[in-house]
Design a protein around this ligand. Sequence first.
Ligand code: PTT
Ligand code: SF4
Length: 661
Amino acid sequence: MNSIYNFYARVKESIKKNQIPIVDELSEDWCQKMNGWNGKLLRVDLTRKKAVVQEYDPNLALFFLGGRGFAVKILWDELEPGIDALSPRNKLIFAAGPLTAFPLPSSGKIVVAAKSPLTGGYGDGNIGTLASVQLRRAGYDAVVLEGKAKKPTVLWINDNETEILDGRDLWGLDAFKTEKKIKEERGRTVGVLGIGPAGENMVKIALVVSQEGRAGGRPGMGAVMGSKNLKAVAIKGSQTIPAADLDELKALGTNAYKTIVKKDNYDFWRRQGTMVAVEWTQENSVLPTYNFKEGVFDQAKAIGGFTMEKLKVTQRDCGNTTCGNVCYNCYETCPAFTCNTICGNVIEDAEKKFSELDYENVALLGSNIGLGDLKKVAVLNRLADEYGIDTISLGNAIGFAMEASEKKLIDYKIEWGDFDEARVLVEDVAYRRGTGSLLAEGVRSAAEKLDGNASKWAMHVKGLEISGYDCHTAPGMALAFGTSSIGAHHKDAWVISWEVSVGRETYSQAKVDKVIELQRIRGGMFESLVTCRLPWIELAFDLEWYSRFLKAATGMDITLRDLFTIADRIYSLIRAFWVREYKTGWSSAQDYPPARWFDEPLTKGPYRGATLDRDKYDTMLQGYYQRRGWDRRGIPTEATLKRLGLEAVVQELRQYVQLMP
Ligand code: PTT
Ligand code: SF4
């Protein structure tokens, strides 16, 4: 296996071959300072209780930028193929990027990644959290967690000091209480990434939680953390992140914040955030309903953005600053970063507790399980955050259980819209009790254990449950789910709104191209920068800003084209990771959405009778592979890997599958 530290010579060779357009030659000065990056990662072996600071090769930054790019490169280089994702041999990575934590809009994000116990492939997620800012200020770009602690543990990173603390008093607590306790001891501004009981119990749909309403790592990243006996990572830093031109960065930040507030949609966005999507998906018949049987829900209004507005008590951002002021002036002293696109809308739920709502949470825990009461949906949402379970997979799992109960495939009675039983089931999933234990493995696994063709209506791709868009009438979005890098998630290519605007019936090459374009921007660029993509998506904040930010941060001219090359490299490496794990079991069938959308027509709404067409989907999928330079099985060809500077991947992948030239 190749270590990232042997990368240097090959990179120099690649520069000669013009594979890294962002630099003509490696400037020694830049290599020394690495402006934009800290140039260091923290590696913690939990088994041996050892932490080492490693200076990484600057070429890692040039080739993979940060975040998801760093994560997949490290996992590819260092993971033994075929390991159990819940064994100490898996590695859990938290990685920031070259824009994270600078005084720029929405820059407080971090990627959490590992081999996924849910899908068996590459897994990651993106969390907005002060921990991202603190990590960069502590002098690191990433933390790599290896091994397994003997007993429950908390990792404490305080600038250059790292301690592995006894976490036994926190084990068993929910994610909110865990963070609260850590902050009581270590201060309000400490960044905390924690798990709830679901992560502790290695529930495969468990994720990592921060700040009572920020969560990420859908494909079981919380379970990986739990498997390492790691309850939380707490971080505090006080250093200045090296920037090529900090004054210019601040000036750009000032302008960027001002530009954002002047956007036409700004006020409405601040009112509704992502909740605006409930009405839109209902109008366009793509709101997941009754386990994705339908695209319309007769109680959609009751769980929509306008209902939420009436119940809203406050709004929160990832920085947890709540002031909403453009406060980059105190950048050097204040650990908070500011997002003025604030999206977290908080309501009081049916149990009189606060719950932060987003579209996905409401669609999956509302219409998808037939529940039309927003305050009750909010209870399930808050419980998911407390226990540390992904709301999307949870809503799929509950919907699956309701359908299985209706079909009498399980010995458990739960009807559509039954809040009380759903509430019990959430807890049962977190503690792996009864039917909850079946669902804790994800719907792919649950379906395999049931009769009655359950696999046809277990709504997932590659084992990851589908997020909030029904695709009976959206072939482009179905392709986006099919080819997403972590399984069925909209994060890489939310093509649905464009698709609805250009005509949803077609299976055109234009849709293929759009999916790839969005994967480059969202799945490649934003996930490796690492910053929030919402200002761009929701408020049309121009992408060119990010090249300007990068210039000020790194001193390099990194164009959007360069970023897309990096994105393609990341995508092909992620694909190689999946193929190496699945070996000869890999085929284009892995890139198919569930059979339900092809075989069971909608029975309600304006598109009644509609289904996806298998042959046409297949043509689109093959068109997608061609554009990416992958073969008919969806495996990158030798030529593609070499073009992207991934020669070493060719050698290794050949051990597992035959590669096309
Ligand atoms: C993300 C997925 C989403 S996408 C949502 S709501 W969304 C769900 N949120 C969950 C949650 O909350 N609690 C919980 N227990 N499970 C949840 N599962 C679901 O996870 C989130 C925002 C949102 S709100 C979105 S779209 C954007 N996502 C971004 C992204 O992926 N990358 C990026 N560079 N910027 C993004 N900005 C926006 O961030 P996953 P967050 Mg999330 C509580 O985790 O695994 O990536 O899946 O990060 O800080 O909560 O912000 O309508
Ligand atoms: Fe966080 Fe929302 Fe701001 Fe993005 S838009 S940084 S998710 S508060």
